[in-house]
Write a protein that binds this ligand. Structure first.
Ligand SMILES: [Zn+2]
Length: 79
């Protein structure tokens, strides 16, 4: 057992509480960034007008609602 004075308890309380808040914040940010990446992965950008569209899941080809161009799901870096 570590002997400490009574004045050490508020400091210990503050450190433990700050650590818990920091861990909860980090977990929330990690979860939020994961959801944002998943949403962006599901989006597609029209190759003609650069409009971002959420195509139907599983569809290889999708039509842009703005310019009516037919696009595929491949990323522009796959060209
Ligand atoms: Zn378009």
């Amino acid at each position: 057992m570590i002997r400490t004075g009574l004045s050490f308890l508020p400091l210990l309380y503050a450190v433990v509480l700050s650590g818990a808040v920091l861990l909860l914040w980090l977990a929330g940010e990690w979860r939020r960034s994961r959801l944002r990446r998943r949403e962006w992965r599901a989006m597609g950008q029209c190759r003609l007008c650069a409009e971002w569209v959420r195509p139907a899941p599983g569809a290889d080809l999708w039509r842009c609602p703005v310019c009516r161009a037919l696009n595929d799901r491949a990323l522009p870096s796959d060209l």
